[in-house]
Ligand binder design. Sequence first.
Ligand SMILES: [Zn+2]
Length: 193
Amino acid sequence: MPDNPKLIPQTDKPKTASKKVGRRKQKGVLTSNTHLPPDDRIFVNCEGANKNFMTDTHSKETRSYNMSRIKGKNTKPELVVRRFLFANGFRYRLHAKNLPGKPDIVLPKYKTVIFVNGCFWHGHQNCKYFVPPKTRTEWWLQKITNTQKRDRQAKTELQSLGWRVITIWECELKPKKVEERLNALLSYLLSMK
Ligand SMILES: [Zn+2]
């Protein structure tokens, strides 16, 4: 008996207890959102998506993992906006091909479209992320100028069809600015109701 005194407590209660915690965590991450379309699955796990749901089923570890998915450097800017909108109860269409410029996000109820623009590809003026490449500079600048022209054209056409057009820049979704930008978006949308 004195040879291995640790054996007794480990084989009994603690084992079942830790098993439960493990299962619960898994449930929150995997099972709860498989009914959603693949792109939207992560929404359920967003901070603030549903506060009650979060508190009940998510451990601290899961939550910080979720936030890292939102704030993380591998997060596509458009997805950040979509997750935020979804978590706040907005429903939308994506890349509407029937609309000028194929807006990234369409909010029919709000008669609003959102473009999420990469600072480089769309030539964001006075932005540190818009740096013309050192090789083939002219070619790139021409390409980006054409994109800007198309962007302006699409905006004009959309507005003449009665749509409100919002442009969100990639640089506005960087960790330091994302919260402010998305809250501004939310206020804007809610002010239309
Ligand atoms: Zn920018």
